[in-house]
Design a protein around this ligand. Structure first.
Ligand code: NAD
Length: 253
């Protein structure tokens, strides 16, 4: 196998959650370009049609399944349908997530729980469902955030706690499953990428953060998706339990 072959995922089946917008679309397209069929999960199934078209344009199969990751039964359902329709699940990209910025003295229990329910619990329900059916050689990638590692000026206790929790989850699932089941589990901590989530930031906020980024720019979703393909493929075959930070250097400042 040549070094470029090591980045291929031909014949693999990848599940991407939150695939109806933003980074999820980039992950789905990149995995299809690397040779994998892609199972697309999101609450807005109507919006998955466009992502499915991108996967099919890369010559791969797309399976669309309406999924709410905060519901454990919904997570079991997407994985069962993936196995039924495509035969196996080799990679999970736990990408679905929501972001809020609420001052902590005002944040309600419902607001805090709502974020943790999707960003942390949702990733666990999806990982459990996949961990039960994955064969040795499979891999899980949890999409955390630089806010799981540092702060960035907005009141984001729920989001930061959920994303830091995901790093602990990654370590523990890696120590439970890598040796026993042959499943590698890693996290990616993205910096700033333009998506629907970052559109919610106050005007000028993202630009004000760029001073802190040695590369002085936001990331391109294709740069993040390439990191995910690397981690999931044989090129990342000796990496487990790790967090790959893709942030233009932000967390070193
Ligand atoms: P986005 O809002 O465009 O995408 C999030 C996706 O998750 C949407 O498709 C949404 O419908 C889906 N989703 C939300 N709740 C869901 C649920 N309960 N069940 C299923 N799907 C659900 O934002 P994005 O920026 O593409 O975010 C993708 C991931 O990347 C998130 O986990 C986010 O925290 C993380 N992230 C993004 C950035 C960034 O700069 N954009 C930085 C760090 C981390």
């Amino acid at each position: 196998m040549t070094v470029t072959d090591m980045f291929r995922l031909d014949g693999k089946v990848v599940v991407v959650t939150g695939a109806s917008s933003g980074l999820g679309v980039a992950f789905a397209e990149a995995f299809a370009q690397a040779g994998a069929d892609v199972v697309l999960g999101a609450r807005r199934a109507d919006r998955l049609a466009e992502t499915a078209r991108l996967v099919e344009a890369a010559g791969r199969k797309a399976l669309v399944v309406q999924t709410d990751v905060s519901d454990p039964d919904s997570c079991t359902n997407i994985v069962a349908l993936a196995v039924e329709e495509l035969g196996h699940v080799d990679v999970l990209v736990n990408n679905a997530g929501i972001g809020t910025a609420v001052p902590s003295t005002r944040e309600t229990p419902e607001q805090f729980r709502g974020v943790v329910d999707v960003n942390l619990h949702g990733c666990y329900w999806m990982a459990q469902a996949c961990g039960r059916v994955m064969e040795p050689g499979s891999s899980i990638i949890n999409i955390s955030s630089v806010l799981g590692i540092t702060t960035a000026g907005l009141p984001q206790a729920a989001y930061a706690a959920s994303k830091a929790g995901l790093l602990g989850l990654t370590r523990d699932l890696a120590q439970q499953w890598t040796g026993r089941k042959g499943i590698r589990v890693n996290a990616i901590a993205p910096g700033f990428f333009d998506t629907e989530m970052t559109e919610q930031y106050p005007p000028g906020y993202l630009e004000s953060r760029e001073d802190r980024i040695p590369m002085s720019r936001k990331g391109d979703p294709a740069e993040l998706a390439a990191a995910a393909v690397f981690l999931a493929s044989p090129a990342g075959g000796y990496i487990t339990g790790q967090t790959l930070v893709v942030d233009g250097g932000m967390t070193i400042t």
